[in-house]
Design a protein around this ligand. Structure first.
Ligand code: NDP
Ligand code: 8X3
Length: 251
């Protein structure tokens, strides 16, 4: 029997590529996101394998309703891919929009732990399952303007590790995928729809693609049951760390 994977944020970028990758490999895929029309388009590619789950991960009520209404052959979720997330703004902390911070925390933190908490009990009961979180290099390294976004991804990192601690002995696996620069709709969202600004992020360099991330997710999921990939940090070859910044007094 084929395994079932639930991917949040399956309407775009990493989530869309991951949903396609798993469906192409024969998995059943529950594709969750807010934009139902995009999910329906994805479903036309794999009509038998994809179940469309219109869902805002920040809403516990919606999660309960939608998960409670899954058809019989999709109720057992073997792999949860917590991918839905976003960065909003790149302003320094003292100028950032509080509303952006609220939305990042609600989506990247609350949405991720809600989905996890709702689906973990069935995995523990079956003594089998895998939670794959999409963190970020922003959770590992600070950068100007990363403020609340990076902090939400640091949550994802430590939550993933703490889940591993709690789940020891249950056979449920946990992986945190930590990508660097990748070209998706991420920057368009970050800059509130400013396409010129978003395009500039990827100009004259070769960023990771959504498919690169989907490959890493699939690889982690397909390791033998006794192997837990704790984390994968991946960057484009065109990206590396810079020196620490020092404020020098002029004169
Ligand atoms: P995209 O903007 O292309 O995709 C984001 C996805 O998240 C969309 O499918 C969107 O769907 C979904 N989403 C956002 N808010 C919600 C919500 N409240 N409820 C349900 N779904 C939601 O960006 P990426 O594919 O790049 O981002 C995916 C993940 O990867 C994010 O967690 C991001 O932080 C992370 N990441 C991205 C990197 C990059 O450089 N691109 C690097 C490292 C990590 P919809 O709007 O339809 O709800
Ligand atoms: C996305 C990568 O460096 O833009 O998480 O924050 S970065």
């Amino acid at each position: 029997m084929s395994k079932t994977v639930l991917v949040t944020g399956a309407s775009s970028g990493f989530g869309l590529a991951t949903a396609k990758e798993f469906a192409a490999k024969g998995y059943k895929v529950i594709a969750a996101a807010r934009r139902k029309d995009r999910l329906q388009l994805l479903q036309t590619e794999f009509p038998q394998q994809i179940f469309v789950l219109p869902l805002d991960v920040t809403s516990e009520t919606q999660i309960d309703q939608m998960l409670g209404a899954l058809p019989e052959d999709f109720t057992q979720v073997d792999i949860l891919i917590n991918n839905a997330g976003l960065a909003l703004g790149l302003s320094p902390a003292h100028e950032a929009e509080l509303e952006d911070w609220h939305q990042m925390v609600d989506t990247n933190i609350k949405g991720l732990y809600l989905m996890t908490r709702k689906l973990l009990p069935q995995m523990v009961e079956r003594q089998s399952g895998h939670i794959i979180n999409i963190g970020s290099i922003a959770g590992n390294y600070a950068y100007p303007g990363g403020n609340a976004y990076g902090a939400t991804k640091a949550f994802v990192k430590q939550f993933s590790r703490n889940l591993r601690a709690d789940l020891l002995g249950t056979n449920v696996r946990v992986t945190n995928i930590e990508p660097g620069l990748a070209e998706t709709e991420f920057s368009l969202v970050r800059f509130h729809g400013d396409k010129d600004k978003a395009d500039k992020v990827y100009q004259n360099t070769q960023a990771l693609t959504a498919e690169d991330i989907a490959n890493a997710v699939l690889w982690a999921a397909q390791q033998p049951a006794h192997v837990n990939i704790n984390s994968i940090e991946l960057m484009p070859t065109s990206q590396a760390w810079a020196a620490l910044a020092i404020d020098k007094v002029q004169g």
